[in-house]
Every structure is written in C-alpha cells, then in structure tokens.
Design a binder for this molecule. Structure first.
Ligand SMILES: Cc1cc2nc3c(=O)[nH]c(=O)nc-3n(C[C@H](O)[C@H](O)[C@H](O)COP(=O)(O)OP(=O)(O)OC[C@H]3O[C@@H](n4cnc5c(N)ncnc54)[C@H](O)[C@@H]3O)c2cc1C
Length: 229
C-alpha cells in the first residue's frame, strides 16, 4: 500500500510503501462486478478501517514511496509494448480476416470509409511496433527512451479504436445474442471474445497503469517540457 506517512511534507514527499496482510482486522474487500460479466469480479474495492500494521512491514525507507511508485510504474509502462504489439497485431489480423464479410454487408457508399478505418487500425499496430523498437533501441544504446512514455497511452487507445471499428463494422450483429456476453476472458494475445466485449473491456486498459489523462500530462510536462497548466 502507498500511504501518506508525513501529512506536513510536500505532496510527493510524504508517501511510504507498506505491506498489508489482507487478513489484517479492519481490511474489507468488496468485489466489483465486471462490466462484461457481473459474475466475474476481476477488481475489488478495498476499505481500511483503523488497520494497524507492524513497522517492519515498511518497504524501503520512510517517505520514499513516490520514487518507488514511479520506478515500478515506469517498468510496467515500459514493458507494456511487448504485449501490446502482440495483442494489437493478433486482433488486427483477426479483424482483417473478418473484414471482407463485414464490408460486403455494408452499403456500397460506406465501404470506402470502412476501408479507411481498417487501414488506420493496421497503421496503428505498425506504429506501436515501430515506436517500441525505437524506444528499446535507444535504451540499448544507453540513452533515454521518451517513446516509452507514449507507448502505454498510444497502445491502449489503439486497442480501443480497433475494438470500436470492429464492433461498428459488425453493425447490429455486434449486440445480438445474449450468449455472446459474459465471456470470462481477459484481453489476451488471441482473444476470441466478441468485439463489443473487447470494446467495453478496453476502457480498463486506458485507466490501469496510469490513465490516459495522466499519461498526457506526463508527456506534456516531462517529455515535451511544456509548462504546467
Ligand atoms: C483493469 C484495471 C487493472 C488495474 N490493475 C491494477 C493493479 O494491478 N495494481 C494497482 O495498484 N492498481 C491497478 N489498477 C488501478 C489503477 O492504477 C487506477 O485505477 C488508476 O491509476 C486511476 O486511479 P484512480 O482509479 O484512483 O482514479 P483517479 O486518480 O481518482 O482519477 C479519476 C479520473 O480523473 C482523472 N485525473 C486524475 N488526476 C488528474 C490530473 N492530475 N490531471 C488530469 N486528469 C486527472 C483520471 O484520468 C481519471 O479519469 C487497475 C485499474 C484497472 C481499471
């Protein structure tokens, strides 16, 4: 747990990391139903009421939590491109495989725009791969990799755009058949779940490991050096 241990210190300076046993008295876990499958609570709300933990549970030194949070998040965001590239490319492959049938069902006048949307999805997938390689190459040469700050934002939103394009091209079929909903499948490298389910679940990707808004702030301030709004 990242918690405030010095309320008088500046915002970023008074935070520490403490391990909390989930069975400690006062810890209450309330499962949150999954958007796509209410029977599958993937996430929880955790409430702590007067919870006491031994000081030996402190990780690192007191009030150094902000550095640890940044370190672990940078690692998570930095590595996200590997799975993102695979997921995006597999989903793109699946979509392009289904595309001829989808295009055929569309009125002729709408096909050109649909083809452009599909091309954009493909370009996004290639861009994520190239951006990842460039960042990785910079790191290997001992430099910094500002690309890594863009990867999490770009790949999660590209995944969302892809699922929306796919669901839109499916038309009414995307929302037909209740049995389609409720697939207990995480977004994975070969996700066969319905496109609309994937679209709903994609919102979690734009929140976890740093929401899109926070990522945009980081890119603006830390990468581009823009002044704080
Ligand atoms: C699928 C999923 C998996 C997750 N996995 C983990 C996990 O494994 N471990 C873990 O510890 N956490 C995990 N999380 C939690 C996740 O890290 C947080 O939900 C996320 O960081 C956002 O924090 P918050 O929910 O407190 O929202 P808040 O920080 O309260 O933000 C609410 C809204 O306000 C916006 N906002 C907040 N501050 C600013 C700002 N300064 N400028 C502009 N906009 C702002 C946010 O973008 C967001 O839209 C997961 C979340 C999801 C959805």
């Amino acid at each position: 747990m990242f918690c405030r241990t010095d309320p008088d210190a500046p915002k970023h300076k008074g935070i520490s990391v403490i391990l909390v046993d989930i069975d400690t008295p006062g810890v209450h876990v309330r499962p949150l139903p999954d958007l796509v499958d209410p029977e599958y609570p993937d996430l929880n709300e955790v409430f702590l009421s007067d919870v006491v933990v031994p000081a030996t549970n402190l990780v690192g030194t007191l009030n150094s939590g902000w550095a640890m949070a940044n370190g672990s998040l940078a690692h998570e965001r930095g590595m996200v491109w590997v799975t993102s590239v695979i997921e995006l490319e597999n989903a793109t492959k699946r979509l392009l495989g289904e595309a001829p049938g989808m295009l055929e069902r569309l009125p002729v006048a709408e096909r050109a725009e649909a083809a452009t949307m599909l091309a954009d999805v493909y370009i996004d997938a290639q861009a994520v791969r190239s951006l990842g390689f460039r960042g990785f190459g910079n790191l290997l040469r001992g430099g910094s990799a500002p690309e890594q700050a863009l990867m999490k934002l770009f790949s999660s939103e590209a995944r969302q755009r892809l699922a929306l394009v796919a669901a839109e091209l499916q038309g009414a079929e995307a929302i037909q058949g209740d049995e389609k909903f409720g697939a207990i499948l995480p977004l994975s490298t070969s996700d066969p779940s319905p496109w609309l389910d994937q679209y709903f679940r994609s919102f979690g990707l734009t929140i976890s490991a740093g929401s899109s808004e926070i990522q945009r702030n980081i890119i603006a301030e830390k990468v581009l050096g823009l002044p704080r709004a």
